[in-house]
Design a protein around this ligand. Sequence first.
Ligand code: BGC
Length: 413
Amino acid sequence: MKSVFYGAVSATALIASAAYAEPQAEVLHWWTSGGEAKSVAVLQEEFASKGGTWTDMPVAGGGGDAAMTALRARVLSGNAPTAVQLKGPAIQEWYEEGVLADISAVAEAQGWADVLPASIAGHMKCEGTWCAAPVNVHRVDWIWANADVLEANGIEMPTTWDEFNAAAAKLQAAGVIPLAHGGQAWQDATVFEAVALGILGPDGFRKAFVDLDMDTLKSDEMKAVFDQMRTMRGYVDENFSGRDWNLATAMVMNGEAAFQIMGDWAKGEFMAAGKVPGEDFLCASVPGDGFLYNVDSFAMFNVDGDDKKAGQDLLAELIVGQNFQKVFNLNKGSIPARIDVPLDEFDSCAHLSAKDMSESSDNGSLLPSYAHGMALRGAQSGAITDVVTAHFNSDMSSDEAVNMLADAVANSM
Ligand code: BGC
């Protein structure tokens, strides 16, 4: 794991007086791939155009594990960054440590409660106060494909796991890598939860990864999820270990591989490379019902200095602003968190995401991603991911895996 630290508190920030408080922000995030960097630049530009000074603190590492390690070190040393990419229950965990700033004044002045769906607003609240600002809605349960490779091999986007396996076997026989994958724990977890949603169904997924129901964790259906993971282990190339997710996306782009199972930040990579959905690449939700959401958000940490506080207020205001929500998400691959941003300029995958999200919300199958820190606290999600990775990288049987899963979850509580 690689983490990069940028700069400490600047001297100017410390001596700026209240009367001349110019917005300052040191922003910790993990958006370092091509599509991600293009997206975060939108916020940097808006911040600068309002007179703000942005100090970038990017910590490379998909899924944000390295960023969270860097954050802990900064907070423990009493020098928290001004604003941090933080999401799901981790927001409330940090709030409980007493280190988050209250951004309710901005949220109320901007009427966030009126423009955010209740399911998203709930994640942004800490004991009734607003403690984070949402950026987007990423969908996790997607399959991406190279359109030419599928066509050349007479393959349609799979609508069942059996179809997926048949397509993968055919591609493998034709010398194409069926599944582009990066062997990093969070990517294993991303594929696992997409498979789990398909095989367990939305209710089973909720029981397993939201309620942590032991019977579901040890069920035959969960064994079938591990069976499918074992099958898929046979469809990745031998160099998968440690590969970054965006390099796996590049393998689909250049036709080396056919499919990738990844959240729609992968679409940000395709778009940044000038690829066109429906022509160069295809998107489909993984076989099965439901929608796994992953909402990126920023939390502000308690800091001293009027300039930094002004920076936090300005950032919070810009993040939930209509223009930012549109332009950022056009680049990022996600859809806006606000419900009142027109989607006219968005592509067909984004439209599918918005439609499926609203239907899932109506029929109770809109579910938080466990792999992306939306469903569980860190100890529980970490325990599950450890088992998923141990299984994927060994010859562990599905029986052993479900027993280990149930034990790991029980011990984490
Ligand atoms: C974040 C995305 C990010 C992806 C890869 C996810 O957890 O929500 O914003 O692009 O990780 O780093």
